[in-house]
Design a protein around this ligand. Structure first.
Ligand SMILES: [Zn+2]
Length: 551
């Protein structure tokens, strides 16, 4: 029985007391906020849809119909104008990174024209002479269907050295000034393991493959302060996407301490965060003296992170069968089996939760075998160990073992959309069709939360892909893996809360929980599923405070 049912159960008694004690004098309870006239998706077990939510002191005190307006007297009333209100998203696998001021994010850049504008704007912001860096361009998505060259960069920022990484990081484009400062000209020989591209006449086009160090070593290091400011800005951006809780999927003890400094200063204005940390050895972790769950309602320690294999951009996911068209190449393990076993046993033994990166089916099966062995030799109730990713579906024996041993998953359905090109290139048959499976592991009884891995940023692409199973091309992959919209929303909220031991405080709109809520611009349940990714978050409430409102 949920808290919600209890409140409804009490309602008749409450009304009776009102009638008996106070007659019709209209005794009401004073509260901070009442939000009315909404389509409130509580995302509770029963799938309750309500129209009014009452908030006091940061928490939800009642959820129901318009009759609640007679029982509560609110300082502020918000008319939701029939829009959808739902729990804030819980992104259980993301990467928030601070960047220097000189840095431009090019992952969303869709034309050379746009890239040139971004470079020109940055040059204006920084002034002449300053290095401009960036990451994420790709000719695959450029309107002009070509790579940027030094000529493009020179036109955009003639007085700044510019150094922009392609997505994946294996090549860079450098402006003429950047090349000149690095002493690279048409007579410079190719570096070891790298290539300085030249045209038919031997002229440089600005692209350097693999070995950009001779240029990048000239770029001054960012200050701690500017990186911190950018980290705070990126955390605040999450609120505009409706993300009220997140799991930072990589980190160290030192990173965690930096996040503590940031959260001390900005508590209540940033999404709630749980930070995964690498296992730095039994002694270092014992000296740290803290473990999963330590912290407060804004910032705490999440699971220990272990990388068992790579991903599909390398590609380096560790698979049972060779990649399509790659002879006998099956990706690779990121650490030895002995090393994996040691870390699992030490971290599990020390009481940490484990959140393990495993993408290929061979990596998943190995990881589950090792987790099951650790759990058998040292059983622990409610461990909530989980796998990050789970892209290539493992054997049914493995999924049965996961269900039996309560090993969960945080899955990225947006990969089906964004990484379609990689999967089509390297996978085939069922492994391609069932990439990033959802329904199958759920049917085995495995707890599956969904998250973004910031590819791209924001939950809507993942929800659309979970519902449609479509790649970027529009092709559908194993439609039988699809979830309903409500199931996908629950996997991005309630099921995510469980993964961070927060199900008592977040994940649904129910009395007693923190008032972490978002309002959408369109009815995500009613629209064409192919348009889910256009849905915008127009309000974000964090602990009963309106922390974002679309202008
Ligand atoms: Zn990740």
């Amino acid at each position: 029985m949920s808290d919600n049912d209890q409140i409804h159960g009490l309602t008749p008694i409450f009304v009776l007391l009102l009638l008996a004690g106070c007659g019709d004098t209209g005794m009401t309870t004073s509260v901070d906020d009442i939000l009315v006239n909404g389509k409130i998706l509580t995302l509770d077990h029963a799938g309750t849809v309500a129209s009014v939510v009452v908030v006091n002191d940061g928490r939800i005190v009642a959820v129901g119909g318009e009759e609640l307006t007679d029982r509560f007297d609110a300082t502020t009333t918000t008319d939701l104008q029939s829009r959808v209100l739902m729990p804030g998203f819980i992104d259980t696998h993301t990467h928030i990174r601070g960047q220097p001021k000189r840095y431009i994010d090019l992952t969303g850049t869709r034309s050379i024209r746009e890239l040139k504008q971004q470079v020109a704007d940055k040059a204006m912001e920084l002034g002449p002479g300053e290095w401009i860096t960036g990451y994420g361009w790709s000719e695959d998505v450029m309107e002009e269907l070509r790579r940027p060259t030094r000529t493009d960069l020179d036109a955009a920022a003639p007085d700044n050295p510019v150094y922009l990484h392609r997505a994946g990081g294996h090549s860079v484009v450098v402006s003429s000034l950047g090349l000149q400062l690095a002493g690279i000209d048409r007579d410079t020989p190719d570096p070891d393991g790298g290539l300085i591209e030249r045209d038919g006449t031997g002229e440089l086009n600005g692209i350097i493959r693999e070995q950009g160090d001779s240029v990048s070593r000239l770029i001054p290091e960012a200050t701690d302060a500017e990186v911190r400011d950018s980290l705070v800005a990126m955390l605040k951006d999450q609120l505009t996407l409706g993300i009220t809780s997140l799991v930072q999927a990589t980190g160290t003890i030192e990173n965690y301490q930096e996040w503590e400094r940031i959260y001390r200063e900005h508590a209540g204005l940033l999404p709630r965060a749980a930070v995964q940390v690498a296992w730095e050895g039994s002694d270092a972790m014992a000296a740290f003296g803290r473990k999963t769950g330590d912290g407060d309602e804004f910032l705490k320690l999440a699971a220990v992170k272990i990388f068992v294999d790579g991903g599909f951009t390398g590609p380096a996911a560790y698979t049972k069968e060779p990649y399509r068209g790659q002879d006998d190449y099956r990706g690779k393990l990121n650490l030895s089996v002995e090393e994996l076993r040691r870390i699992i046993n030490e971290a599990h033994g020390a009481g940490w939760q484990l959140g393990i990166h495993a993408i290929g089916d061979a990596a998943i099966e190995l990881t589950v075998d090792e987790l099951v062995a650790a759990l058998q030799s040292a059983p622990r109730a409610d461990h909530r160990h989980y796998l990050n990713h789970f892209t290539v579906m493992p054997s049914s024996e493995t999924m049965i073992a996961m269900a039996d041993n309560e090993i969960a998953i945080t899955q990225q359905p947006n990969f089906t959309y964004t990484l379609e090109g990689r999967y089509v290139e390297y996978l085939d048959g069922d492994r391609l069709q069932h990439n990033n499976p959802l329904r199958t592991p759920m049917d085995y009884g495995i707890h599956v939360a969904i998250s973004s891995d910031i590819l791209p940023i924001g939950p809507m692409v993942g929800i659309q892909a979970a519902v449609t199973r479509k790649g970027m091309s529009g092709a559908v992959y194993a439609k039988e893996e699809a979830l309903t919209v409500v199931e996908a929303l629950r996997a991005y909220t309630a099921l995510g809360a469980w993964l961070t031991f927060d199900e008592r405080d977040t994940g649904t709109i129910e009395p007693g929980k923190l008032a972490d809520m978002i309002v959408l611009d369109q009815d995500i349940l009613a629209i064409d599923p192919d348009h889910i990714m256009n849905t915008r978050v127009v309000q974000t409430w964090l602990g009963g405070k309106l922390v974002y409102r679309e202008r």
